[in-house]
Design a protein around this ligand. Structure first.
Ligand SMILES: [Cu+2]
Length: 727
């Protein structure tokens, strides 16, 4: 039978990951006909080495064509796909649809997966079919962390891996272990990881050296304040195969006692997350069925970390820190089916129900200032419940021509209860009473009916060349912070910042969902001799009701207070990936060249300005060499200056730069050693997606002056080493 599958496990990325796991080569890859736009690896994948050397899963997205990562703490970078980022992208981890419970999205879904534990990432960058998920306008990232391997005969198997690594720049020390045991129908696995990192250092001084704040320690001129972090992850899974079905239970625990943020005014001083994920997958004569129930429970705490001022004194009053706490709870149920209608057609139907509840409360602190009194209710009993249903028909018209047509309906209902500030007063410009009264009088319960369409097609011209063409309409409802934050008080608005830009934000109860219409084209060509291949992906996106912001106040510190608003935006761009076999020599092995080019241009046509955090044009060139057990990879990244910036947020321009990295690995029996020199030339550069440097000083309210500020600088040179033992 011909099956039309979503193209997972078929590309270079997976090959490298599979080799990584040694035993995962047994994954059966029944690549027959992929749904158009399902393979976005495009020749530049995540190698085993990169996965092992990284502490930040969000950064792995840089390796995918059309993918960039946005600076957001040490292990929670936000993915961006073709100009759209954060929760505009659907992130599914082992099928779970997770939501960040933090006013700064510090606990973005990818932060809960240690890169070492990722078995498979698929990034649907271009256009995604509706069966891949709703409630997104920017694409889908799917991550698998559990892939059960059963014993082939009656002898049980036991295998695992222990690893450790060290990075010199920020003294990041980490360790991980995986233990797996299985017989023919039961597989049990445990994964654990630990990492601790200090502040990192840029390639050169980008600010004055001195005390981080009057009540804090000393920072060097090249030391990036508030970039230290620590976390541990534990995951336990049991998979049971019964006939043609696999039942699976995954339980996970994540604990980060601190993760400091160099582009936010607060730090995470505690994040605990529990997940439970129970699923069933079956293959039947008629098709496939996957069903899943999951829960995710997050407790997230904020305060000022060790590089941000803690004690504020004003007119005889003292404020000691600013404790804030977000509690999020998600419960979901999802059913997806594939029905093989005949040799030509597969019908995919499914449904998803998600319940989400959020409380974001700022406790009165122990001082005597403006932040004592009641607990400030930033979001009180916020709700965001979602019901989705979709249908999609994938058809094979000829051996060379496939189409996918789908529609999805999503109902999103949001609500929040009454709020209050620290005090029922408007004193000192806080407007807490007036703002909370206005919010409490508003109609907060909102129901969105979101409609998605995907129309995708691929035509294979010859065996190794194809063209993919598609249109999709995708709709996403606002998140709770965009709809229900209410305080125009600068101190409070500053805390509600999803962008790392230093500005303050206020929600809008009447925000509408944003709808993206995207057209894209992918041209694939592989040389008949298999010596090179190229993928070219131009696209255009028109977004109605794009959730952006308008200025409500220019502040004395040079930053602004902004209010979320629906506007109109367009994004167009071009992504090109190519790889090429260079030559093979007797003594030095195989040489391959990989390259990736990324260009995007986003405009807010209502405000007549460029979109915030667009990655400037960039080119990656890498040479890979493999000889015996040795592999070496030298890469060069050229990034153009960023001069297309968002004037509403007063986004900073950044200079162009070139960066070199070298990774070498050697495999000796069960032991592998990886050495890396990151940023070989110790280049000092402002990270174009780094955001505003708020890593030190009096970050609350208006204690930092924008005129003396800077963009966040990226890490300078680091010598990294990792050791792995497999058994
Ligand atoms: Cu946070």
């Amino acid at each position: 039978m011909k099956k039309i599958i979503v193209g997972v496990c078929t590309n270079l990325l997976i090959t490298s990951l599979a080799v990584a796991e040694n035993r995962i080569e047994s994954i059966n890859i029944t690549k027959e006909y992929e749904v158009p736009f399902s393979d976005n690896n495009l020749g530049v994948g995540v190698t085993r080495n990169e996965k092992i050397m990284s502490n930040d899963s969000g950064k792995l997205i840089n390796n995918f064509l059309g993918g960039n990562s946005i600076n957001n703490g040490g292990f929670s970078s936000l993915p961006m796909i073709q100009g759209l980022s954060d929760d505009r992208i659907k992130i599914k981890i082992d099928g779970m649809d997770l939501i960040a419970s933090c006013a700064n999205h510090m606990n973005a879904p990818l932060s809960y997966s240690d890169p070492v534990n990722i078995k498979n990432i698929s990034v649907l960058a271009g256009l995604s079919a509706v069966d891949q998920g709703g409630d997104n306008i920017g694409g889908v990232i799917k991550i698998d962390t559990v892939q059960p391997i059963f014993a082939v005969d009656e002898n049980p198997i036991f295998f695992g891996e222990v690893g450790t690594k060290y990075k010199s720049n920020n003294k990041a020390t980490s360790a991980n272990i995986s233990l797996n045991t299985s017989d023919q129908d039961t597989a049990i696995s445990y994964f654990g990881s630990y990492v601790k990192a200090d502040n990192y250092y840029a390639g050169g001084a980008f600010k004055e050296a001195g005390l981080a704040a009057p009540d804090r320690g000393y920072l060097d001129g090249d030391e990036v304040g508030s970039s230290a972090y620590k976390n541990q992850n534990h995951q336990f899974s049991i998979s049971k195969a019964i006939d043609n079905e696999i039942y699976q239970v995954i339980a996970a625990y994540h604990d980060s006692p601190y993760e400091n943020f160099n582009n936010q005014r607060m730090d995470s001083v505690g994040n605990k997350n529990y997940q439970l994920n129970v699923s069933q997958k079956g293959e039947y004569a008629w098709g496939k069925l996957t069903s899943r129930i999951y829960i995710d429970d997050t407790n997230h705490k904020h305060n000022f970390g060790p590089d941000k001022q803690y004690t504020y004194t004003n007119m005889g009053n003292t404020s000691l820190g600013m404790p804030m706490e977000a509690d999020g709870f998600t419960a979901g149920l999802a059913v997806d089916s594939e029905i093989f209608m005949n040799d030509q057609d597969t019908l995919k139907v499914g449904s998803e129900i998600q319940y989400y509840q959020l409380d974001d409360t700022w406790n009165s602190n122990s001082g005597t200032g403006m932040m004592t009194g009641n607990n400030f209710l930033n979001i009180n009993n916020g709700k965001r419940n979602r019901f989705d249903v979709y249908g999609q028909l994938d058809s094979l018209w000829t051996e060379n021509w496939i189409t996918s047509i789908g529609a999805r309906l999503g109902i999103v209902q949001t609500d929040a209860d009454n709020v209050n500030g620290y005090n029922q007063t408007n004193a000192m410009g806080s407007n807490q009473l007036a703002d909370s009264d206005a919010f409490n009088a508003s109609k907060r319960k909102q129901t969105d009916e979101n409609f998605d369409i995907s129309l995708l097609t691929r035509y294979n011209m010859e065996e190794d060349s194809s063209v993919e063409l598609g249109y999709s309409m995708k709709t996403r409802s606002p998140n709770l912070y965009q709809r229900y934050t209410w305080s125009t008080w600068t101190m409070a608005a500053n805390m509600n910042n999803l962008y790392g830009d230093g500005n303050g934000y206020v929600g809008d109860v009447d925000l509408k969902p944003e709808t993206a219409h995207k057209v894209g084209l992918v041209l694939n060509h592989t040389d008949p001799n298999k010596n090179w291949r190229i993928k070219v992906n131009p696209y255009y996106t028109y977004i109605s009701d794009y959730i952006d912001a308008n200025v409500i106040a220019d502040r004395t510190d040079g930053y602004r207070n902004l209010k979320f608003a629906n506007q109109t935006a367009t994004i167009y761009g071009l992504d090109v990936g190519a790889d090429m076999h260079l030559f093979e020599t007797l003594n030095f092995g195989n040489f391959n060249l990989l390259s990736k080019f990324n260009y995007q241009k986003g405009r807010n046509t209502d405000s007549d300005t460029d979109l915030y955090n667009m990655m400037p044009p960039n080119l990656t060139l890498a040479i890979n060499q493999n000889v015996g057990s040795w592999s070496n990879n030298l890469s060069m990244i050229l990034v153009d200056e960023k001069d297309d910036v968002n004037s509403t947020r007063q986004e900073r321009e950044t200079a162009g730069f070139t960066k070199f990295d070298l990774v070498s690995s050697y495999q000796w029996k069960s032991v592998s050693i990886i050495g890396e020199v990151e940023n070989i030339l110790d280049k000092s550069y402002a990270d174009p997606l780094g955001g505003e440097y708020l890593g030190q000083g009096a970050t609350m309210s208006t204690g930092i002056n924008r005129a003396n500020g800077t963009q966040v600088y990226a890490m300078g040179r680091s010598f990294n080493v990792a050791l792995t033992y497999s058994f």
